[in-house]
Design a protein around this ligand. Sequence first.
Ligand code: C5P
Length: 321
Amino acid sequence: MSWASSGGPGRMAGGGAVVARAPAKVNLHLAVGPLREDGYHELRTVYLAVSLFDTVTVRPGAGLTVTVTGEGAAGSGTDAVPTDRRNLVWQAAELLAERAGVPADADITIDKSIPAAAGLAGGSADAAAALVALDALWGTHATRGELGALAARLGSDVPFSLVGGVALGSGRGEQLSPVLARRRWDLVLGISGEGLSTPTVYAELDRLRAEGRVPDGEVHPSPDPVIAALRSGPVRALASSLANDLQPPALSLRPDLRRALRAATGAGAAAAIVSGSGPTVAALAPDEAAAVRMAATLAGEGVYRTVRAVHGPVPGARLVG
Ligand code: C5P
């Protein structure tokens, strides 16, 4: 790698701080293949980046510190986000520093709006934003391709959090090709109080398949209808092609999600699916006004802890300010 690690600090906000933000994602199509020898499943997925963002602020420091505010901060009553090496942001900082040959010195604050363990790739968004912010703080001048390679080492969804927009993901989700979306799509996210662990949901899928209760991993529905609908479609074309192989295991682990899905369609969604490994419900709205109405209705019903009207596609991790 030929990084200019002597380039000096990049773009900075006040007080030597650099700020970046990255979006949540939903999977409009998620076909899960068989379990691989490395413990991952081969995927075919269509990612959409949506307008719910985490913000990462980095400042010069001695060694690493990570502070979390907002959703999932310690004491907020939801799944607490770790502030040590278990946090993907910490791992992102160490990896970038090691590859660029600079000391891993930074005080990092993650301001979370994306709930943890929700199927929205919140931790991946934080890692992607941290890579972009620390690259600027440390003046490491990594190319987008180099950051993408580090992102893939951090987690399956981190490369997508970096690029954003709409993309087809393969491999374990980290191999991306862009997908054209000609219009804005409006969705409502119904977020539950209690998270679901991604490995647990994949393991439940393996169990259901072993028992013959869901089709096995050799059956790969094609993402083509979703891709065609994104390119040119009316909402109903996208609505009828949404698919998620992780929905049956998420429902098996959390039967209350059936009610959450029904509530979304009852409130006017064109279609509703579990987002990624769940438990967030992603409800496709006919348009922006309908999304706002649906969000108000669903918030009033109290089925979810939090309801957010969002739209996509939006860009991936980038500096702000
Ligand atoms: O890549 P990441 O660390 O986000 O994955 C978390 C876990 O989700 C993996 O350890 C694995 O259990 C599961 N997973 C999988 N197949 C994928 C992606 C994730 O089985 N393609």
